[in-house]
Design a protein. Structure first.
Lengths: 123, 123
């Protein structure tokens, strides 16, 4: 028997009761479910942005669109405030995702340039 | 009348047909809907991690939990692969979110230390 818990049910310093462990496990299960949802919805987001990227490559539009991005960020910050999410964090996260999207767009544009007219055929 | 479109409906170089503009607008509407969903589900995620943070502060547990984070990353990479999302991107994004969560946990821990027993009362 562990000496710190001998003779009573009161946890010693640094020990966790079963209630606390259960609460932590329940919260972590919710976090894991939410993360799975985020991964799947992000996969859908990238499917949409890949289609945008192919459109842009086909019509020689620039990979980045600062005016669109500024509108997205303003809107996302408002949505975040209403949802009680830190707007600065929401903005950083969107910028992180957009940076990845722009990299994808540039790859598609380079492929379209390198292969000439075949980019149109792949759309 | 714009000279490049005078006399026919064929767009000149760099111009977009209405069809292309419509397709771009439709895709961007979907992206905006997905972003709103992500903001709202992230707000729920932070509510769960804030509860974890308060539990950790109350029980003097460290803000970071490398073993838990390693399990999360392994699982997320698998989910990402199944969803056809770049696993490396999913990992980077999770690390980005976890870094924010750890900052929140540290703030809660500092508050609990600074205010002694009152941290327990706030749970």
């Amino acid at each position: 028997m562990d000496s710190s818990s001998a003779g009573n049910n009161t946890p010693g310093p640094g020990e966790l009761t079963q209630d606390v462990r259960d609460e932590l496990a329940t919260l972590r299960d919710s976090i894991d479910n939410i993360d799975a949802a985020i991964v799947h919805i992000l996969a859908e987001r990238f499917k949409a942005t890949q289609r945008v990227g192919r459109l842009k490559a086909r019509h020689s539009l620039p990979a980045a669109d600062p005016a669109r991005e500024a509108r997205q960020i303003t809107r996302l910050r408002e949505l975040a405030e209403n949802a009680k999410l830190d707007p600065a964090f929401a903005e950083k996260l969107l910028n992180f995702i957009i940076a990845e999207v722009i990299r994808h767009h540039e790859t598609l544009a380079n492929e379209a340039q390198g292969k000439g007219g075949t980019a149109r055929d792949r759309l």
